[in-house]
Design a protein around this ligand. Structure first.
Ligand SMILES: Cc1cc2nc3c(=O)[nH]c(=O)nc-3n(C[C@H](O)[C@H](O)[C@H](O)COP(=O)(O)O)c2cc1C
Length: 222
């Protein structure tokens, strides 16, 4: 697939077919994605790739914490409450998803159900946890983890795979550490759901908006 086409066609996938992704395919996606740039080429990323019974166990354990109302405590905290244009964009994507999923604002039950699905990696057959050694924690590494995450998402497109980069499933890092065997010395940054998209799943129809370039770019001398 042409690069520009792949960039344009990538979108977050929130409904998957149950078919597991072959290990060789996951290895190709991840191996290629490690061509991503990283500050000083330190390659701070560590991947833990999950599927089968281990992933089922993790999904169950994360969901249990979520449904019990345990306060999320990820290694890297989410934004405090957003405001202005940022809040508007957040609300827009949330509204779009809820509309497609037929979840009314006041329907607490369905909202909780959606939250549980989200923490279960949207029931994807595979998931990738990206972590980093504490000794290289900091801006440059987190930036580099972003670069490898997007490269994974793009490489996945070439194999007709869908992904959703997700912060929600890493809300309870001790659960992931225990089940996926990630040592205490590593911080858990992000999860990526990966699998073959169920294209008839309503949320997968979402076309998230982007701010026009003119609103975010300032040009000088060009
Ligand atoms: C760092 C990061 C964290 C994210 N966490 C979540 C998440 O927890 N749940 C979710 O549904 N989407 C999550 N997303 C996906 C974004 O909502 C999505 O990328 C954005 O709305 C743009 O849509 P698109 O990916 O379809 O283009 C995350 C994306 C990034 C980059």
């Amino acid at each position: 697939m042409e690069l520009m086409e792949a960039i344009k066609s990538r979108k977050s996938i929130r409904g998957y077919k149950p078919t597991p992704v072959p290990k060789e395919t996951l290895a190709k996606v991840l191996g290629t994605a490690t061509r991503a740039p990283s500050a000083m080429n330190i390659q701070p990323w560590k991947f833990t790739i999950l599927g089968g019974k281990v992933l089922d166990e993790l999904k169950e354990a994360l969901q249990e914490k979520f449904l019990a109302g345990v306060e999320p405590h990820p290694d890297f905290p989410p934004y405090p409450r957003l405001a202005g244009a940022y809040r508007n964009r957040q609300v827009e994507v949330g509204k779009g998803l809820f509309q497609l999923m037929d979840i009314a604002r006041e329907d607490k039950g369905k909202r909780i159900e959606w939250g549980a699905k989200m923490i279960r990696f949207f029931d994807a057959p595979n998931a990738i946890i990206i972590s980093l050694d504490e000794e290289v924690d900091g801006f440059l590494s987190i930036f580099s983890l972003g670069s490898v995450s997007q490269t994974i998402a793009l490489a996945a497109v070439d194999f007709s795979l869908g992904t959703c980069i997700e912060h929600d499933p890493v809300y309870y890092p001790e659960v992931i550490r225990q089940i996926a065997g990630i040592p205490e010395s590593q911080k858990i940054a992000i999860g990526i759901a990966i699998g073959y998209p169920a294209w008839d799943f309503p949320a997968n129809k979402l076309e998230s908006a982007r701010e026009p370039l003119d609103n975010i770019a300032t040009w000088h001398g060009v």
